[in-house]
Ligand binder design. Sequence first.
Ligand code: ZN
Length: 139
Amino acid sequence: MSRWLDPVKNLRLDLEKVRANVKNADTEDLLDRATVYRAGMEPAALEIIDAELRSRGVSEEATAAHAARRGAGVRDDDGLPMKCEKCRGPAVARVWVWHRLWGVLPLFPRRAAFCEVHVPPPPQPRPKRSPPGGIVTKG
Ligand SMILES: [Zn+2]
């Protein structure tokens, strides 16, 4: 049987990919996967991540502290944590943004999730324009 049709070989291949990915991931990313994204992870992948964290000397206390620091975050309709649009980190806020054609032309508003680093600032109130005639009003 071809290795592409054999589910056992495919699974082994996938786990090798996961192992290589986990080895190259930074600890903060692994902690996010082991805590925030835990519910959506494959058990076999979680075993690899947990083992890698232990081998890097990350204690269970440190993992629990990371989970507490990240908080509940923003969840999608299925109850799974959402990722930041810009960096794939755990989202902390969901805000309305413009979907832009080629990143420029605003087409329609949509909801987007952002992490604590990339969440856009709330819109500032527009400064009052001076009425025709040049009289500036304050307040
Ligand atoms: Zn981000």
